[in-house]
Design a binder for this molecule. Structure first.
Ligand code: SF4
Length: 305
């Protein structure tokens, strides 16, 4: 055999070995000249050849799993986008002290409830635990019936409430009174309290630290009154009762649970209704209150705007 023929034979053997190795690895890096039938025929021929038949048919190579963010064809794809980062928590925002366990023991009897609420109100009156104490005229504890089946929770006192020492006595309070009467209750049949007991300056929203500091008072009020239903008036009341979550616009009209026990109906704050007195907004609030009445087993009076 001439040197040239020997060299050609070496090159051919090397080429065969290279192709066999790539196919063994399942590589797609082979020249793309063979249409599938030709490749299958060639494989058949080889399995009958020197390497002998395969004991097991080759299982098709599994497609690599695509990550959710990957477009259909990776080869044409731009680099995958950065995963979205969760919004950073507000620096220094404390976790709200919202109990998650059901109430222990039975609700106190009416006389004991009234006594303990009186004691609590006396504790709250001189409270200076948070910054809101500085600008207030007085603390605003509650109003209404401590034996009530229905409790309304608002955000905090405004100027009128700060001056008079009672929650919901300003324009928003007058609208709330109309809502209560519209539901078939007398004004003082229900119990009303706020997330914070002191007026935030300029009627701003209470800061998370102020809410967290004041919330134990409301927790005790709810524990003593033990209403059958709570209506959360607005976003701050909802956050104070149930913790951070979806906004009031999204969850209003849907039942939530306080401590896994008391049904909570989120609805718009009367101040919002005064600012946006459209039939739609009024209709949504009335629809929420009708659900409350049904929950309490009371008949639904026809609506009077
Ligand atoms: S808002 Fe609450 S915690 Fe803050 S000073 Fe008033 S009563 Fe005390």
């Amino acid at each position: 055999m001439s040197d040239a023929k020997r060299e050609l034979l070496e090159i051919t053997r090397a080429a065969h070995a290279w192709v066999a190795w790539h196919e063994e690895c399942g590589s797609d890096g082979l020249p793309a000249g063979d249409p599938p039938p030709a490749r299958a025929a060639r494989d058949d021929a080889r399995t009958q050849g020197a390497r002998g038949p395969r004991e097991e048919p080759r299982t098709p190579r599994a497609e690599p799993e695509r990550p959710a963010f990957a477009p259909p064809n990776r080869r044409e794809a731009a680099p995958p986008p950065e995963p979205r980062k969760a919004p950073a928590a507000r620096a220094g925002a404390p976790a709200l002290p919202i109990p998650s366990t059901p109430f222990e023991g039975a609700a106190p009897a009416s006389a004991e409830r009234r006594t303990r609420l009186g004691v609590l109100a006396e504790q709250v009156a001189p409270c200076t635990k948070c910054e809101l104490a500085k600008a207030r005229t007085q603390t605003v504890f509650s109003r209404g019936n401590p034996d009530a089946e229905l409790m309304f929770v608002g955000e905090g006192p405004g100027a009128d409430e700060d001056a008079q020492g009672e929650p919901f006595v300003g324009k928003a309070g007058q609208l709330l009174d109309k809502m209560i009467v519209g539901m078939g209750y007398a004004r003082d049949d229900v119990y009303i309290a706020n997330i914070v007991k002191c007026r935030p300056p300029g009627n701003r929203t209470p800061e998370p630290l102020e809410m967290a500091t004041c919330l134990p008072y409301l927790t005790e009020q709810i524990e003593l009154v033990r209403p059958k239903v709570i209506v959360a008036l607005g976003a701050t009341a909802l956050r104070g009762l149930l913790g951070p979550g979806e906004g009031i616009t999204k969850v209003r009209g849907t039942w939530k649970l306080y401590r896994g026990t008391i049904p909570v109906m989120p609805t718009f704050h009367p101040a919002y209704v005064l600012r946006t007195p459209t039939p739609e907004v009024k209709g949504m609030v009335w629809s929420d209150l009708k659900q409350v009445l049904k929950q309490l087993g009371r008949s639904v009076p026809s609506r009077k705007d």
